[in-house]
Design a protein around this ligand. Structure first.
Ligand code: CA
Ligand code: CA
Ligand code: CA
Ligand code: CA
Length: 247
């Protein structure tokens, strides 16, 4: 809701358009011109105060950078015209700054903020909440976008290997189909990274290395097929992720 001051100033600005004959320097009505000038000055002060309040927080600018930049430029133009006593131009710039600032604030309040890298998280959310890079869709470069990590996989968008099993989140979620949140997806006591390195299946408790470091039990029992107790059953490996050699 606009203040009475603002409403009065806007009314004065409207008058200004149709009352050019009363402007300072014109002898027709200097008192009316002074009144309009004071109203414009008040409106200018209100605009600067309003702009500074949003500029200091930064959230509106992060949400709607283009509209906020136009508003900022219009404020600068109004400041320049004030210095040059160009009241008519100043009025136009004040109006433009208000419009663009209001548009930016509306975007912010409705949550329709910019998502520069298209990862499903707005720049504002990335910077303020998740500390991810708003200019990079995959901040930790693990093959999963920041948005997919947050909303689908529940993994850490700032860590390539959330569960610490030596397999990146993207390799687990998209390629191995093992859990990027559990270091031992099948519960057989061998971490997913060790199983992949040894050529056994990290999703099958009947397939695991015959030797090597094993996590303390209890382990998930093998049900089917029967485990190969001698050597650890080898499983057919899927095609390797891009950039990796087949084992
Ligand atoms: Ca983003
Ligand atoms: Ca990622
Ligand atoms: Ca992992
Ligand atoms: Ca895992």
């Amino acid at each position: 809701m606009r203040s009475a001051l603002l409403q009065g100033a806007v009314a004065s600005l409207v008058l200004l358009t149709g009352c050019a004959a009363y402007w300072p320097g014109n002898s027709v009505n200097p008192a009316a011109a002074r009144h309009l000038q004071q109203s414009i000055q008040k409106e200018f002060d209100y605009l600067v105060k309003k702009f500074d309040s949003y500029d200091g927080k930064g959230d509106v600018e992060l949400c709607a950078p283009k509209n906020f930049a136009v508003a900022r430029f219009a404020v600068y133009q109004a400041v320049e015209e004030r210095r040059n006593a160009g009241m008519a131009q100043m009025t136009r710039f004040i109006g433009r700054a208000h419009r663009m600032l209001n548009t930016a604030v509306s975007q912010y309040k409705s949550g329709k903020c910019v998502d520069r890298d298209g990862d499903g998280l707005t720049d504002l959310t990335e910077i303020r909440r998740y500390k991810t890079n708003p200019a990079s869709a995959d901040t930790d470069r693990d093959g999963l976008t920041d948005g997919a990590e947050i909303r689908r996989h529940r993994t850490d968008p700032l860590r390539r290997d959330t569960d610490g099993d030596l397999l990146d989140d993207g390799e687990e979620a998209l390629y191995r189909r093992s859990s990027p949140l559990h270091p031992d997806s099948d519960g057989d006591g061998y971490t997913d990274g060790i199983e992949v390195a040894r050529g056994t299946d990290p999703r099958n408790q009947c397939s695991h290395p015959a030797t090597g470091p094993r996590n303390p039990g209890p382990w998930t029992k093998c049900k089917s097929p029967a485990p190969d107790k001698k050597a650890g059953r080898k499983v057919r490996q899927p095609n390797p992720p891009p950039g990796q050699k087949a084992m």
